[in-house]
Design a protein. Sequence first.
Length: 80
Amino acid sequence: MMFTSETMNELNLLLKFPDTSLMQGIKVHHDADPELVAASKRLFDKGIVTLPDGGYLTDLGHDLLEHAKIINSAFAVATE
């Protein structure tokens, strides 16, 4: 299975979450890029974030953020 553009948008949004504290989240405003708003809603529907417009990462979200960071860093090294 390949990453779709929707999946890539979700992963990119996931990477925007702070990873230094469980008490920090993000807010995706209703007038943000429509792809970003839709990605936030999909992450909520999947149980990855606490609110349709961002909020906090769930336990699953924290796990996925760690994996997304590893994937991101692997590709960053591969392109150097």
